[in-house]
Unconditional design. Structure first.
Ligand SMILES: Cc1cc2nc3c(=O)[nH]c(=O)nc-3n(C[C@H](O)[C@H](O)[C@H](O)COP(=O)(O)OP(=O)(O)OC[C@H]3O[C@@H](n4cnc5c(N)ncnc54)[C@H](O)[C@@H]3O)c2cc1C
Length: 388
């Protein structure tokens, strides 16, 4: 087989890149390890920056998002059960859109089915050949047969555990990592959200987040120890603990119900540099991971797709040097989001062994956000998303 861009990974970054390339007449084939139902069942991100909304619009997949998503003009922050609002819209003129990653992926699959872009599901043993030459290729097994795709470019959109990043030689690849000493226990429930906007809560018992997917689907998180077992968290224990950590008014109006998904995720910050080696370009989680506190993971993936799509269309239009700038351009924005996510995580979580001094510093940071419009504006600018 032959194509112009071979995309490894059928998550949001791989599908969006394929869609945007297709719109510009550039051929792509997407290779995905899992079947479609598996990809669509993954409960992950839920908050889109406005630049992501606009990118999805430009890609022609924004119709359902605008009909069913919920724009949020602000968020609540609380410390020790007392909260205040950060008005993103007043501070930046921008909002964010609450619309689940699952739905974004769904919309992209629908668009690709309609246009006929091939997505090969259930591929195994993906290997990248000659990425540092002008004739790269990808080999894999699909439906019992060994296959090979020759291409001009390879987009490594295969997430943190994919094969693309490891293809870059160790003497070229630099990685930067911070592992946080706690995880997030997430619960999805078919209940109305406790607040019409998100609530981020700092509490001496640990961080909590009240998030949502739609009017009848709530997503709540609790900071838990890394060695906590999911079996130890009955629904009752989860709801009781959540009530303790959020503002009293919210706790009183919290509607609880059976969890329909419950999982514990570790938190880490990770960046791999460079994001391009020869004809292989890394995109999204394949190149970087953020703790979910700043709601940046999916948005960073969209940002990378924006830059790579731009570089590839320029390259096909006769400006091959555009690709040379991809890694550097994307990384400048990535590091700012890494910083913001680290800062949100540092300010809002209870760290093991946190000293009274560190506790007071956290309280001062949150108080500063409450009283200073400058501090609020800084948070708001980063949360709604820095420009591409
Ligand atoms: C449990 C969890 C919760 C999250 N919650 C949030 C959140 O609340 N907010 C937020 O902003 N972000 C969140 N994220 C991050 C967000 O989901 C990711 O940043 C986003 O999915 C990145 O998209 P991607 O397409 O780059 O990678 P992925 O979504 O990881 O997609 C990669 C795809 O590549 C496929 N693949 C992997 N290896 C291969 C291979 N060898 N061959 C072929 N295909 C392969 C995978 O099956 C997958 O479909 C969460 C992530 C996880 C894991």
């Amino acid at each position: 087989m032959r194509t112009q861009v071979c995309i490894i990974g059928g998550g949001p970054s791989g599908l969006l890149l394929a869609r945007m390339l297709h719109n510009d007449g550039i051929e792509a084939i997407v290779l995905e390890r899992h079947d479609r139902d598996h990809v669509l069942a993954r409960i992950r991100a839920g908050v889109l920056e406005w630049s992501s909304v606009e990118t999805l619009d430009r890609a022609g997949v924004g119709r359902r998002m605008h009909a069913e998503g919920t724009p949020h003009g602000g968020t609540y922050l609380s410390a020790q059960n007392r909260g205040f609002r950060v008005d993103y819209e007043a501070l930046t003129g921008k909002r964010v859109m609450v619309y689940g990653q699952t739905e974004v992926t769904h919309d992209l699959y629908d668009a690709m089915d309609a246009e006929g872009t091939p997505v090969l599901h259930g591929v195994a043993g993906v290997t990248i050949g000659n990425p540092d030459s002008d004739a790269p290729f990808v080999t894999f097994r699909h439906q019992g047969a060994d296959r090979r795709i020759d291409c001009d470019w390879i987009a490594g959109c295969d997430g943190y555990h994919g094969v693309s990043r490891d293809t870059i030689p160790a003497n070229v690849l630099k990685t930067f990592e911070k592992i946080y000493p706690f995880g997030w226990l997430g619960v999805l429930s078919e209940t109305p959200p406790v607040s019409h906007e998100l609530i981020y809560a700092n509490h001496e018992r640990g961080f909590a987040l009240c998030s949502q997917r739609n009017a009848m689907l709530s997503r709540y998180y609790l900071q838990v120890a890394l060695d906590d077992q999911i079996e130890a968290w009955s629904d009752t224990r989860f709801w009781d603990e959540l009530r303790r950590r959020i503002p009293e008014q919210a706790a009183d109006s919290l509607v609880t119900g059976p969890s329909i998904e419950k999982s514990i995720a570790p938190l880490r910050s990770f960046v791999a540099e460079p994001m391009r080696w020869g004809r292989l370009c890394l995109v999204g989680d394949a190149a970087h991971i953020v703790p979910p506190t700043g709601a940046k993971g999916l948005n960073l993936a969209v940002g990378d797709v924006h830059y790579l799509h731009d570089a590839l269309t320029r390259a096909y239009a006769g400006d091959p040097a555009a690709i040379d700038r991809y890694s550097e351009t994307a990384l400048v924005r990535v590091w700012k989001a890494i910083r913001f996510s680290w800062w949100m995580t540092s300010v809002l979580h209870k760290f093991p062994g946190q000293t009274p001094f560190e506790q007071r510093i956290q309280e001062a940071e949150i108080n500063l956000l409450e009283v200073s419009d400058t501090a609020k504006a800084n948070l708001a600018e980063n949360y709604v998303g820095l420009p591409f």
